[in-house]
Design a protein around this ligand. Structure first.
Ligand code: PMP
Length: 395
């Protein structure tokens, strides 16, 4: 057969890392690889009540087609929740999407021509990199430190490239590093975006999962000219399996997203949107988020304390104040992909960090998740990872 695929498929080959990660779902593996919430916290009993009530009260509508923009009462509730990140929004400013992943895909579709540049943090979220790659773009990675992008590097790179089309950032408890941008960097990013008249995609799945300290204003809340597209999701604060996320953007931009949503899937699932809305009517989502935060905070502290005890001194790592991940940097001569194979032999897994750099490099890094494993397995898994790291450092 010589069936020809589209040119865009060249850029989105299945990565070796995905093959490696397939190994991590074996039941005996202690996995710090995924970005999975703790399943024991899913409100299953409440969702049973909710599902029955939706079907009893509005079964015909819940199983029928519904507007592309989303279920109006849910849009209103999301708009109100945007107040948490300092944004005043109305239901009409919200488009419901199938997870925020769909918002990322749509951002690529709406803004990118083949060859265009996306500016992102170095490292950045692998799922976004892959979503954008489908639009045959290129990436400009901007150096980062514990406060976010280095603005000087951002400005130099913006000044020296012509066809930059959008800036993509994860300012709160970033995936993969767990870091949060300072207010100063948020403001300066927006200034740079204004100077070069670029849209900013602010991806914020983790902002509500803050364990300590004050929430910082979202970039969207500092946006005075409607250039920030905010992507939100219930995946990490509630249940990822429902696949409900949203886009909050200025009317002209949101309309473009609504148009591509029509072409992609007409609408998000009517039933799940109503279930989520009903959950928020009957129960207290904020109380649920508090419960999740407490469990993740304990797991974070336990994991980081255990890393301190068992990881070699040569390995450094971030201490996140929220979200799901810590990011470890190994001595430069070590390759985390090789270590992953050794870790899997000991039935423990993480994600080698190299894939989070769209232009490659920095293979001496690893992303480690602390939300998904119970406490006894966190300790055991980190001990085993510590052994792998000690062997590698001493080799
Ligand atoms: N953005 C970031 C930074 C993420 O980490 C994730 C999930 N891992 C997503 C977007 C997509 O999440 P979802 O589609 O479940 O909302």
């Amino acid at each position: 057969m010589a069936i020809k695929f589209a040119d865009r498929m060249e850029g989105i080959k299945a990565s070796e890392i995905r093959e490696l990660l397939k190994l991590t779902v074996r039941p005996e593996i202690i996995s710090f690889a995924g970005g999975l919430p703790a399943p024991e916290l899913f409100p299953i009993e409440e969702m049973k009540v909710v599902a029955v009530k939706v079907l009893e009260e509005a079964g015909r509508q819940a199983l029928q087609y519904s507007p592309t923009e989303g279920f109006a009462p849910l849009r209103d509730k999301i708009a109100a929740r945007m107040g948490k990140v300092g944004v005043t929004a109305k239901g009409n400013d919200i488009l419901i999407t199938t997870g925020s992943q769909q918002g990322l895909d749509f951002a690529g579709k709406v803004f990118l021509n083949p060859g265009d540049y996306v500016v992102c943090e170095s490292p950045s979220y692998l799922g976004a990199i892959n979503a954008f790659k489908a639009y045959q773009c290129q990436f400009i990675e901007v150096e980062t430190d514990e406060d976010g992008m280095l603005i000087e590097d951002l400005e130099n790179k913006l000044a020296s490239h012509d066809n930059v089309k959008m800036i993509y950032v994860i300012p709160d408890f970033q995936n993969p590093t767990g870091r949060t941008w300072s207010l100063e960097r948020r403001k300066r990013l927006l200034e740079a975006a204004r100077k070069y008249d670029l849209p900013v995609v602010e991806d914020n799945p983790y902002g509500e999962l803050r364990f300590e300290g004050e929430m910082l204003p979202s970039i969207k809340s500092l946006d005075t000219d409607g250039r920030v597209i905010f992507l939100g999701t219930f995946s990490k604060t509630f249940c990822p399996g429902l696949r409900v996320g949203w886009v909050c953007a200025e009317e002209g931009i949101l309309n473009k997203f609504i148009t591509v949503k029509q072409g992609a899937d007409l609408q998000s699932n009517s039933m799940t949107q109503r279930e989520l809305d009903m959950f928020m009517e009957l129960y207290d989502l904020d109380a649920h988020v508090e419960k999740i935060k407490e469990v993740y905070r304990q797991r974070r502290t336990l994991m980081l304390d255990t890393m301190k005890q068992y990881f070699p001194e040569e390995v450094t790592y971030t201490y996140p104040n929220g979200g799901l991940f810590t990011w470890a940097v190994l001595p430069p001569e070590l390759n985390a992909r090789d270590l992953m194979l050794k870790a899997i032999e000991k039935n423990v897994a993480f994600v080698p960090g190299g894939s989070f750099f769209p232009n490659g490099g920095q293979e001496n890094t690893m992303r480690i998740n602390y939300s998904n494993m119970p406490e006894d397995l966190i300790v055991e898994g980190i001990k085993r990872l510590g052994e792998v790291l000690h062997e590698a450092v001493n080799a």
